[in-house]
Design a protein around this ligand. Structure first.
Ligand code: ADP
Ligand code: ADP
Length: 229
């Protein structure tokens, strides 16, 4: 179990325009915090900083009180699983895409993760649908199915912290509902930062952060926020 803390974080990308302004919040161990706000508010930037694709310009991010910069990249990535909005897959089997970066995982564990994420039927296919067992082209993976591959990776890795970037693109509603159910399952007891677009995700979260132009402008449980507005 891990606690995540942003303290007075400022950040700008290489072009130096400041994007985040004094962002502070905490995700207590095992809690789910949903980040909402209009496009460009800085939601994805938060997740990129937590995964250390970039470093903060000032302020700090810590896990269990340890500054991210004190952790090695490898150890950080063992602690955090990320399910991006657009999962990029290698041109190799879905099995390998799930197992990638987890050399200690057994074949059974990879298969179990694929089953849990409902992606098992694709396990010997390439992302473009070519089935390496049957030697025939089947269905190309949809956006939702690719996101499930990322979910399977996370199940296999079993990290205490999860970043989930909910898709905004049009997934069919059945796929979307099932991915949401999976998110709920894998985020239970994990420290979760979800960039939320769906109302039910927001309603399920322990806390909501509302972002506007790189600042946290409101926070609280959805009932309190509704009552205040
Ligand atoms: P959100 O996820 O809330 O839509 P982002 O965190 O993606 O917002 O973006 C916040 C701001 O940072 C936007 O103004 C966006 O244009 C800018 N931005 C995002 N990624 C980059 C990048 N790689 N380089 C420069 N600016 C970026
Ligand atoms: P790992 O080696 O831990 O798997 P990766 O660097 O491969 O980490 O990235 C993990 C996921 O994050 C990949 O699905 C990748 O597409 C996505 N990703 C990589 N770079 C960025 C970025 N700058 N912003 C957002 N997502 C990214």
């Amino acid at each position: 179990r891990a606690n995540v803390r942003f303290e007075n974080v400022d950040f700008g990308y290489e072009n130096n325009r400041q994007i985040l302004h004094g962002v502070s919040f905490e995700v207590p161990a095992g809690h789910t915090v949903a980040v909402v706000g209009s496009s460009g508010a800085g939601k994805s930037t938060l997740s990129r900083l937590l995964y250390r694709f970039y470093d903060v310009s000032s302020g700090s991010i810590s896990i269990n009180g340890h500054d991210l910069r004190a952790l090695t990249q490898g150890s950080l990535r063992q602690h955090i699983g990320i399910v991006p909005q657009d999962t990029v897959l290698f041109n190799d089997t879905i099995y390998y895409n799930i197992a990638y970066g987890q050399p200690d995982a057994s074949r059974e564990e990879v298969i179990d993760a694929a089953r849990s994420a409902h992606i098992y039927d694709f396990i010997m296919s390439l992302p473009d649908g070519f089935d390496t067992m049957v030697g025939e082209r089947g269905l190309k993976l949809s956006g939702g199915e690719k996101q499930r591959v990322a979910i399977a990776r996370t199940i296999l890795k079993n990290p205490p912290i999860l970043i989930f970037d909910e898709a905004t693109s049009a997934l069919d509603s059945k796929t979307e509902r099932s991915i949401q159910a999976e998110l709920k399952e894998i985020s239970a007891n994990r420290t979760t930062l979800v960039i939320a677009h769906r109302l039910s995700t927001i309603a399920d979260a322990d806390e909501i952060l509302v972002m506007e132009a790189g600042r946290v402008v409101e926070r609280g449980h959805h009932r309190a926020l509704l009552a205040a507005n």
